[in-house]
Every structure is written in C-alpha cells, then in structure tokens.
Design a protein around this ligand. Structure first.
Ligand SMILES: [Zn+2]
Length: 155
C-alpha cells in the first residue's frame, strides 16, 4: 500500500469498478503519479481544514481519481479530462457520526482554499469534482440535467 499523505493511499486514486470489470490495470506513469500526489496533498489540506473547522474527524472518500487512457476511453471521459492526467478527483465526505458533509460545504471549502481549476457540484449527489489542472481558472460549476451552469451556493 503506497501512502501518499497522512490519510490517502495511491490505491484510493486508482481504484475503479470499471477497470476491475474490464481487467484494466489503471497504473499511472511517473508524471501522472506526481499529479496524483499533488491532488492527494490538496485533498489532505481540505480534509485537515474540515476537521478543524467542523471540529470533528472527517472522512473523505475518493469516488473517482486517476484514469489511464484505456479506462478513460471505457468510461467515455474526455481526452482532456483532468482525471486522465491524475489532476482531478471526485469525492464525498462524512463526519465521524456518519452524516454526509453537504456538497455546498465542500464547494465552499475548495473555493476558500483556492488555487484550483474547476469544482463541479452535481444535482442530487453528495460528491463533487475538483480539478487542479494548470489553467487554475477557479471555475465553480453546477451540473444538472440541463447541462453546466455557473455554481451559486444554495441553488
Ligand atoms: Zn470528476
């Protein structure tokens, strides 16, 4: 088990049911691994921030991290997706008592910590997407059935 930060292992960023089903190894190159470590460090910072601001231990679950070319193709991901290079992760978070942390809280926390490219909240879901690609646009989006629009808290 390769530990990347105090609370994250590499396996959390490479695990994929689709990869398992299709027999795809989803192994990062050295450069991709460096990107995954960058994201792990950022999410560790986010977790530590939530721990202290919510005054409870917080658990972050990566629901989608790195995607090698074969996996990205299999899931229909864009070739330019930050997941492809290891620079993005989708995640959910829970308090120690098992209550989910709202995606709005996660969005606000990503924004407060700054230096990100894109954060996306999905209607009806507790996970959010955060990308740390080189453009660093600080873009906050909401995805609904109608498509993408600018994110506004509480909507
Ligand atoms: Zn994503």
């Amino acid at each position: 088990m390769t530990k990347l930060t105090a609370n994250f292992t590499l396996a959390e960023f490479t695990a994929s049911d689709t990869a398992d089903e299709l027999g795809i190894e989803n192994t990062p190159t050295r450069d991709e691994l460096a990107n995954i470590i960058t994201v792990a460090e950022r999410l560790q910072g986010l977790r530590d921030f939530l721990n202290s601001s919510l005054k409870t231990p917080v658990w972050l679950q990566i629901t989608s991290g790195f995607r090698c070319e074969a996996l990205n193709t299999a899931v229909g991901g864009s070739p330019s997706s930050d997941h492809r290079s290891g620079l993005a992760a989708d995640f959910k978070a829970w308090r120690a008592d098992g209550r989910a942390i709202s995606p709005d809280t996660l969005m606000r926390t990503v924004e407060a910590l700054g230096s990100f490219d894109q954060a996306i909240r999905y209607d009806g879901q507790t996970r959010i997407h955060v990308g740390y690609g080189p453009k660093m646009r600080g873009q906050m989006l909401r995805k609904s059935r109608a498509g993408y629009e600018l994110y506004e808290p509480g909507r």
